[in-house]
Each structure stands twice: as structure tokens, then as C-alpha cells.
Design a protein around this ligand. Sequence first.
Ligand code: AMP
Length: 481
Amino acid sequence: MTFETMGLPPWLLDGVRAMGFERPMEVQARCFGPAMDGRDLVVQSRTGSGKTAAFTLPLLAQVKPTGIPTVLALGPTRELALQVHGVIEQLGKPGGLRSACIYGGTGFTAQLEALHDGVDIVVGTPGRILDHARRGTLKLSGITRVVLDEADEMLSAGFYEDVRAILRMIRKIEQMFLFSATIEPGIENLISDMMVDPVHVNLSGDRVDVDRIENVAYLIEEEGPRIRSLVSVLESEDPGAAIIFCNTRKTTESVTAYLRRRGYDAAILNSDLPQKQREAVIQRMRDGRQNLLVATDIAARGIDISFLPCVIHFDLPDDTQQYIHRTGRTGRVDRRGRAVSLLSARDLHNLKRIEYRYGIKLERAQLPSREETLKMLALRRIRELKEKADCQPVIPDEFQAIAKEIITDPDAETLVAMLVDQYLSAGTTAGGSVSSDRGYDDPTRTESGDGASPGGHGERPRPPRKDGGSRRGSGGRPGRR
Ligand code: AMP
């Protein structure tokens, strides 16, 4: 099947071409016919397989621009809603179709204006949709087609009541689509009163895609701080860009602070972040302006960063299905990807459950030693400094003179380490606010050391004495770390 033979209206065909899509992906080809015949769909297809366009194309091909909403697409996170809305808006505009994205964590004004001006399609998250519907600022009565993206999540305990409440406010649902990478058989029974004999499209979504994604586990010591192992993993993998998934917001904070403090370009994404920052940080990842994103599971579903080469499970998820969703952020469309897990003895139970459920075996990888890690880290920072030096040809001769003296000083190592410390801590404020990295008990750090205050800007240590006296670390290590 080609887009040309699908029978898309010409403006939609142009839009698809403008997005660079040459031929329909399998899920799009399989869903289009039944969707155009008015059938309900339950679709299980792996992440990154083109699900958004699979429900968007038949909807856009059928909706008429009336200014009264007839299509409602619900998703579990604001980021996913925005992403889906982006596709609908881009493809729908040339057909005169208007859409609004209705989600929480942001003001009502723009949403009210959009709804007031009239829209044909509404995309959003359940809580805010319900708010608008109850206030009467969004009329759900005219909706005839509903999409539940990440349907298993939308029908899970956390969302079920809100979703049901929304669906009850719709007078007559003519067509319903359930889409997800993980769908339990019979999921439609949860809303069986609202679906009629759905067509099931199962593209073996509920499995780990081992053909394109390498699943690797680094065995880490139980007693050492996990975060230090993460640095070893990052140095060993050198992924370029990665999302690092943690199980709690607190962990995302400590991990981000720790990484930034050591010079990594890490940003945080969790639900404590103001919405604007959430959107900005994902955009930076998409644009390739941000290398590492330390995130909770709000980034696990749907988010499409097409080139992302690597996902790191800092903690293995408690819910085995999340392994699929998180991992699906890499290896998008036909690309290859790598899913890397940190594995200590306490994770073995979870690992077994994941391996058993999906019939895979994570390839075991050896963590580089601490010395190897530090060497790689040092060489990386030196490379970065050299790049910066190349772009900054004029260095005042006073500084050159200081440098000359430092490198022949007996305390050279300590002095340079202190300068590196200050240089790296100056870069810890970018990319969203993060509290201290004290959550990790780093034995190489003293109380006056890093992370003692929000943003990783602890009270700075005083310079070491020239005589190498009591403030110097024992054992010849430079400075206090
Ligand atoms: P999704 O599964 O909807 O998140 O889509 C994953 C990625 O596939 C997105 O970057 C889409 O832009 C891309 N995509 C969707 N349909 C096609 C297609 N027919 N050809 C090429 N890429 C596509």
C-alpha cells in the first residue's frame, strides 16, 4: 500500500509528503481501511512504529471543519498530548481543520481562547479536559470519535475514573480507537459498553524489540553508590545522547545534580518541573541541544526523540511493562538503539520478571574500573577544554603567567583540581532547577563539599595550603575529593 492508493484527500497527501513520510508504516496501512469503514480499533504496536499517524490520518480524512469539536484524543502525559497535537495540527491545518491541546500545569487563557474561537479536534490529558467540560468551556456533546493513546495507561486505576467521566459526557461515540504498545487481551472489556466489535490489530507490540535494540545490563556492586556506577556506564557507553530513567523524582534530582557537578550536560524532567520547563527540555533534546535527560516515567510513554541512541534504566522499573515503554524511546522507526540497565543484586528479581515476561536475556556487560572511569572522564573534560580554548584564542597573558607558575608548583595537582571544580560548578545551573546531590553517599566527598545547597552550589572549599597541610586529602588524592 502507498499513501497515494490509500485515498487520502490531496491536502493530506501533501502534508504526509511534507513530513517526509514516503510510504505508510505497517500499523498505518493496517489501520487505515477499517478506520475509514467506521470500525472501532484496538491496536497493539510497538513504540516508535508510527501509531500517531495511524489514528491521525483516518481521522483527518473524515472530519469536517465545523468549528465544533467532533474528535477527542486523550493521552496520559502533557508531553505526549503536545506531541500528538503537533502532528494533528501540522497535518490538519491545510484541510482547514483546527485543533486545541488542553492539558494541565499551564494557564487557562490560551486554551479558553482556542476553544472559544472554535476547534474541530481536541487533544489533551484527562484532568484538564474534565475541568473545561465541567465549566462548560468545552462541549463534549458533539464528539463522535475518541482515541485513547497509551490506552492501557488511560484505562488503569490512575486515569480510569476521569476517562469514564469524560466518556459519559459524550452523547454518542461512533468510533473509538485504543492504541498502545502494551495491551492486555480484553482491555476493551473495561469500556465494552462504548465499543462495538472492534478490529484488533496486533503487531506484536508487547515484546522487546531485540532485532534493533540491544538490551544490556551492567553488573554493579551493591555497596558502592549507584550513581558512581552510572558515571562508569556513561563513560563506557559514551552514548552521545540518552534518557536516564529513574523510579522517583527524588532520584532524578540527585542524579542530575551529581552528573552536572561532574561536568555532564544533564537536564531533569519530572512532574515537579513547571510545565514550560518540561516542554523546553524535551525540545532541547529533540533539537540535539541537550545530551542527557534524567527523567521519571513521565518521559516513558510516547515521547518521540527520533534519533535517541540510548536509554539507561538507572533503576529497573517495578512495573515490567515500563521496561518496554522506556526502552521504546530509543530505536525509533528503523533506527538501532541501546537499552542499558544498572543491575545490582537487589534488581535481580525485577530483571528475572522482565526477562521471563518478554523472553529475552539482557547481555551482561562489565563495568570499567574506577580508575578507568576517572581516566576516561578526565580525557573527556580535557577534550572539551581544548575545544573551548580553540574558540577563545585570546587568553590574557596574566592568566598564562599564573598557569605557568601553577604547573611547576608542588601543589599543582590540587590547584588545578580546585580550578576544575570551580569551572564545573559554574555550569551546574543550566537546564532546570535541581536540588543537591546529597542523596548519594559519595565517599569521596566531604561535608563541606558539593551539593551542599540547591543547584549543587555548596559552600566552596577554601584553597588548599601550599604546604600541602591538613586540608589536603590523605593518600595523595588531589584536594578534598
Ligand atoms: P510514533 O510511533 O507515532 O511516535 O511515530 C514514530 C516516528 O515515526 C515519528 O518520528 C514519526 O514522525 C515517524 N513516522 C510516522 N509515520 C511514518 C512514515 N510513514 N514514514 C516515516 N516515518 C514515519
